[in-house]
Design a protein around this ligand. Structure first.
Ligand code: ADP
Ligand code: MG
Length: 275
C-alpha cells in the first residue's frame, strides 16, 4: 500500500478535485442561458450533419433532444465538447466562454461533462475505487488508489453512491454490475468532477424499466443545480423527465417545447414519431 504525502492531501483539499487546469474564467449565467449554439454548421465531405443549428439551454434546465437517427444529435455534442470543430457558427458556455477557443480537456475543465453511450468504468476495480479514481484527475490516481482517503472524501463518495443507488454495491467489482448499474457508476464518476453542464447520449439504452425509472428520478434531482442535455429515443423516459424537448432533424431544430406539444406537431409526426 502506498501512502499519500501530507502535501498531496493538503493540495487536494484546498481546491476542488478534478480542476487540474486553471479555467480562464467562471461560467457566467447571469443572463439565464448556460449554452448558446448559434448557426452551427458541420459538414462531412459536403454532407451537412449540422445545418445552421441554433439552440440555447437555460442554466438548471433538463433538456431532452430527440430526432431520428442521423439527425445530428451526437455531432451536436461533439461540437459542444470540442471533439468536432464547426465549419461556421458560434458556441458559448455562459456569456463569456467561447468554446471555439478551448480544446477538449479545457472544455471539460470549464465544467462540461459528457457521458457516451457505452459505459467505460474500470471493471476490475470496485465501485468505490472507481469513484476514488474519478475524484483524482491527475496521474497520481493509480499510485494513490489505496492510500488512506480523508473522511471528507469518503463522505463525498458515499453521498454520491447513495445518489446513484449504488451504496450497497460499493465493494463489488464494477465488472459484476448490471448494465444499468454501470451506467449509474459512470454518471457518478462524471459528477465527481462537478460539471455544471452534463451531456448524456442515450443514457437508458439497454436499461431495465426499473433502472430507467430510477435514472429519470436521478436526472430530475440533478436539474436545477446542474444543467442536463439528454439525447434519448425512449419516449416514456423523456416524458418522465418532464423538461422541454428539442426535435432535431437534418441538422437543425425542427420543433421545441413540452413533449405533448412537439408530439402533436405535424412536421414532427411526419419525420419522426409517425414512422
Ligand atoms: P444522431 O446522433 O442524431 O443519430 P449523428 O450526429 O451521429 O446523428 O450523425 C449525423 C450525420 O452525420 C449522419 O448522417 C452521420 O452518418 C454523419 N456523420 C457523423 N459523424 C461523421 C463523421 N465523423 N464522418 C462522416 N459522417 C459523419
Ligand atoms: Mg447519436
Amino acid at each position: 500500500m502506498s501512502e499519500l504525502e501530507p502535501s498531496d492531501i493538503a493540495d487536494r483539499e484546498s481546491e476542488p478535485v478534478g480542476y487540474a487546469r486553471p479555467v480562464p474564467e467562471g461560467v457566467d449565467t447571469s443572463h439565464g442561458p448556460i449554452l448558446y449554439l448559434e448557426d452551427i454548421t458541420v459538414s462531412f465531405d459536403g454532407f451537412r450533419a449540422l445545418n445552421r443549428l441554433t439552440l440555447t439551454l437555460d442554466a438548471g434546465e433538463l433538456r431532452c433532444v430527440i430526432g431520428p437517427n442521423g439527425a445530428g444529435k451526437t455531432t451536436m455534442m461533439d461540437v459542444i465538447t470540442g471533439k468536432t470543430r464547426p465549419d461556421s457558427g458560434r458556441a458559448f458556455f455562459g456569456q463569456t466562454i467561447d468554446l471555439s477557443r478551448l480544446n477538449e480537456p479545457q472544455i471539460a475543465t470549464a465544467g462540461i461533462g459528457r457521458k457516451f453511450q457505452k459505459p467505460t468504468v474500470f471493471e476490475p476495480l470496485n465501485v468505490f475505487e472507481n469513484l476514488v479514481l474519478a475524484m483524482k484527475a491527475d496521474k497520481r490516481a493509480r499510485a494513490s488508489l489505496h492510500a488512506r482517503l480523508g473522511s471528507e472524501a469518503r463522505d463525498r463518495i458515499a453521498e454520491m453512491l447513495a445518489r446513484v443507488n449504488l451504496l450497497e454495491a460499493a465493494h463489488r467489482p464494477a465488472g459484476e454490475l448490471s448494465h444499468g448499474q454501470k451506467q449509474w457508476l459512470e454518471i457518478a464518476m462524471l459528477l465527481m468532477q462537478e460539471p455544471q453542464l452534463l451531456l448524456l447520449d442515450e443514457p437508458v439504452a439497454g436499461m431495465t424499466d426499473h433502472e430507467t425509472a430510477k435514472t429519470a428520478e436521478l436526472f430530475v434531482s440533478l436539474a436545477g443545480s446542474h444543467t442536463l442535455m439528454v439525447v434519448e429515443h425512449d419516449m416514456d423516459f423523456v416524458a418522465r423527465l418532464g423538461g422541454k424537448v428539442t426535435v432535431l432533424h437534418e441538422g437543425s431544430v425542427l420543433a421545441e417545447g413540452p413533449l405533448a406539444q412537439v408530439q402533436q406537431d405535424e412536421r414532427v409526426i411526419e419525420v419522426y414519431l409517425g414512422r
